[in-house]
Design a protein around this ligand. Structure first.
Ligand SMILES: C[S@@+](CC[C@H](N)C(=O)[O-])C[C@H]1O[C@@H](n2cnc3c(N)ncnc32)[C@H](O)[C@@H]1O
Length: 312
């Protein structure tokens, strides 16, 4: 009883206190505004820990460390520049061409002493690709690419792993190739470096990103090579490609939009794990799952990359 009376008095006092606050200054407590913010980068890591630890098992801790570490770039040599001079300069920095080492030498890994496995047969056109990286544990950075004497940039800095899908595509000389989600253009450029594309269509839904792709092509590939390889840039919705052009390609690369994991762990800006982008994130698997092959008769070589999209 005493407790009840006590609570009644407290409520009255609280109300009286409230009444002394001028009406225009009274406000309801909004939890959403007062709750401490949960950074998108932390939400990303939480999601990755849950999903990838199941998916990758024992490998996840080392993948996690690498995702949380600073990005290491590979330098893709531009074959349309003075490629031997550029390669020699990169060698002087103690970087190594991992593509050709894997193909020609299969040399023992210095750390483990084990011989690297031979590359898959699909790397047929890859001798033309040269991509330099620093050795494991070496965190040196490449100087920014420069405009060479032949009027094009000497190398393109990219995540070296981005070259693997291009190698796995198994291009053959004279292939007609479609890069369906191509911007900003690292893989398109690598496709051209193989010298195998007779006809290359590079597409991206985003017109601004397709503009970046155009700039990359202009900076790295001379006009006559673009003409010879019949390079064409479009900005269509890749999901409708089959309706627009049908089944004319030997190889199709589809680098689908994804959760850009490293970016999601390091940057708040434009982070797909932001609360406001939840719907977009949840729709990603549907967007990724869609393939233009649904609309073509002949099976084409199709790669869905980075389809490890996470939804809350
Ligand atoms: C992972 S990025 C591609 C990176 C690129 N392959 C590279 O190597 O530089 C995915 C791209 O897909 C594009 N995209 C998203 N939805 C698309 C669609 N429906 N059709 C075509 N492109 C789309 C995005 O604009 C984005 O540039």
């Amino acid at each position: 009883m005493a407790a009840l009376v006590g609570r009644g008095v407290r409520d009255m006092l609280k109300r009286a206190d409230f009444m002394t606050v001028p009406r225009r200054q009274r406000h309801k407590k909004k939890w959403a505004a007062t709750e401490p913010k949960f950074p998108a980068t932390r939400l990303a890591l939480q999601n990755f820990d849950m999903a990838y630890s199941v998916q990758f098992g024992d490998l996840w801790p080392s993948i996690r460390v690498s995702l949380l570490s600073e990005q290491k770039y590979g330098a893709l040599v531009n074959n349309f520049a003075a490629r031997d001079r550029v390669s020699a300069e990169l060698e002087q920095l103690s970087a190594r061409d991992f593509v050709n080492e894997a193909i020609f030498h299969g040399e023992p890994e210095p750390e483990s002493g084990q011989t690297a496995a031979p590359p898959p047969a699909s790397w047929a056109c890859s001798p033309n690709l040269r991509c330099f990286t620093f050795a494991r544990g070496d965190v040196s950075r490449f100087p920014p690419a420069r405009l060479g004497s032949l009027g094009v940039m000497d190398y393109y800095l990219m995540d070296a792993a981005s070259l693997l899908p291009v190698l796995a595509l198994g291009l053959q000389p004279g292939d007609t190739v479609l890069d369906l989600c191509a911007a900003p253009g690292g893989k398109t450029l690598a496709l051209l470096q193989t010298g195998c594309c007779h006809n290359l269509a590079a597409n991206d839904l985003s017109t601004s990103r397709a503009g970046r792709l155009q700039k990359v092509l202009h900076s790295y590939v001379p006009q006559d090579v673009r003409d010879r390889n019949r390079v064409r840039v479009t900005s269509w919705d890749g999901r409708k490609w089959g309706e627009l052009e049908g089944d004319i390609y030997d190889r199709v690369l589809v680098d689908v939009p994804c959760t850009t994991d490293r970016h999601s762990l390091h940057e708040e800006e434009n982070n797909i794990f932001q609360r406001s982008r939840k719907k977009e994130r949840q729709m990603l698997p549907m967007l990724q799952g869609w393939t233009p092959c649904h609309q073509t008769r002949r099976p084409c070589c199709l790669f869905h990359l980075l389809t490890l999209t996470l939804t809350e």
